[in-house]
Ligand binder design. Structure first.
Ligand SMILES: [Zn+2]
Length: 373
């Protein structure tokens, strides 16, 4: 089947380099069912630094407690599985979709065995620990089934005094960091700054970081749950004991060449769209819409998160409501969609690197590995 699309296609899913004539047979085989937008039930995580904004701002079904920390929107990680909410695939987990419908869901990335991204909203009413995540090579040393964790944050809300910690100050090496860890003064080593709604920060694996109190954000990361805690601000855990630290593992994984990490400078794509991140692990585009927005498949999946405002997304005559906090996954075989904002609607679009394959940074990974082993 070959379909010609000549409508007003201005979405980033069709970029300048691609023709408006899309060969739909490129990524799909005969008999692949067009798969319409998928909505999943949020997986809510309660952690003591959480709050209530996942419910009050993002409309998640929280209970009466005040420690709702994370809403996992798209997740295929061990027993943590997003489950489709409604429609033809109702009740299937993301893992089951990857097993039974990977061609329809992932198109040109059909070789994937695990959905590669973990997408969350996170509400930090208290600050998180100072931590670092391993890269892919390091992660597999600890757990052969795990991935590294490169992540990115887009701030939705922050108090005037909210700060992020991202990267080490210039000149901080392993020896100096260890000195400050022993002296309890590690904060002096961290690059830190106030943030506000709209800021985006890209945190490659190996970057020391902490999310400060008062921040509500969307997080996109590799599918991984490997975190090494370097410092916990001298606090006690829920059981009254200090939470365990992983100093040795952290020091092995920190990229001491990284230095300070500032918010990204968005790259303007057109009147409504900006590129926030283009990495080997994922790409993030932000669309600030006041008029209808059309997009058609490019043979890959695209996730849409509503960062602000409301509206509707229509696909094959079916309407999907969009509110702040909504997440939709548009499969690779998704028919064209039209988004109609009511007022201003801010969408975060998440997709994989156009090559569909990560470019391994072998030299860097081997360097880290040998330092640590
Ligand atoms: Zn992290």
């Amino acid at each position: 089947m070959r379909r010609c699309l000549t409508a007003n296609l201005q979405g980033p899913m069709i970029n300048e380099a691609q023709s408006l004539v899309i060969d739909w047979t490129l990524g799909f085989g005969n008999g692949d069912l067009p798969m319409t937008p998928l909505r999943f039930r949020p997986l809510l995580k309660r952690i003591r630094w959480g709050g209530t904004r996942l419910g009050s701002v993002l409309g998640k079904p929280i209970g009466s407690e005040s420690d709702y920390a994370e809403s996992w929107e798209l997740c295929d990680h061990g027993s943590d599985q997003s489950v489709v909410d409604g429609g033809l695939w109702n009740g299937l987990t993301l893992r089951q979709l990857m097993g039974q419908h990977v061609r329809e869901l992932c198109g040109t990335e059909r070789r994937l065995r695990q959905f590669p991204l973990l997408v969350k909203f996170l509400d930090a009413s208290d600050r998180l620990s100072v931590q670092v995540h391993p890269n892919d090579v390091q992660a597999r040393f600890f757990n052969p089934h795990e991935n590294g964790k490169t992540e990115a944050w887009v701030i939705l809300d922050a108090r005037p005094d909210s700060r992020l910690y991202a990267g080490l100050k210039r000149g901080v090496d392993a020896f100096r960091l260890q000195q400050h860890l022993s002296a309890g003064t590690v904060e002096e080593c961290l690059h830190s700054y106030p943030v506000r709604a709209g800021d985006c920060i890209f945190i490659p694996a190996g970057t020391v970081h902490a999310i400060g109190e008062g921040i509500l954000l969307a997080e996109v990361q590799q599918s991984s749950d490997l975190t090494f805690r370097l410092h916990d601000w001298d606090r006690l855990g829920a059981d009254g004991q200090p939470r365990p630290l992983h100093i040795e593992e952290s020091l092995a994984c920190i990229d001491f060449d990284r230095g300070p990490v500032d918010p990204v400078v968005p790259r303007r794509l057109n009147l409504v769209s900006e590129e926030l991140v283009a990495s080997e692990f994922f790409t993030l585009h932000r669309h600030t819409l006041r008029d209808s927005w059309h997009a058609a498949s490019d043979g890959r999946f695209h996730a849409l998160l509503v960062l602000g405002g409301c509206g509707n997304l229509t696909c094959d005559d079916t309407e999907h409501s969009l509110q702040t906090g909504s997440t939709l996954l548009l499969p690779a075989t998704c028919p064209p969609v039209i988004v109609e904002p009511r007022g201003e609607l801010i969408l975060l679009e998440v997709f994989l690197h156009p090559a569909g394959v990560r470019q391994p940074r072998l030299k860097r990974e081997l360097t880290c590995f040998s330092r640590w082993s």
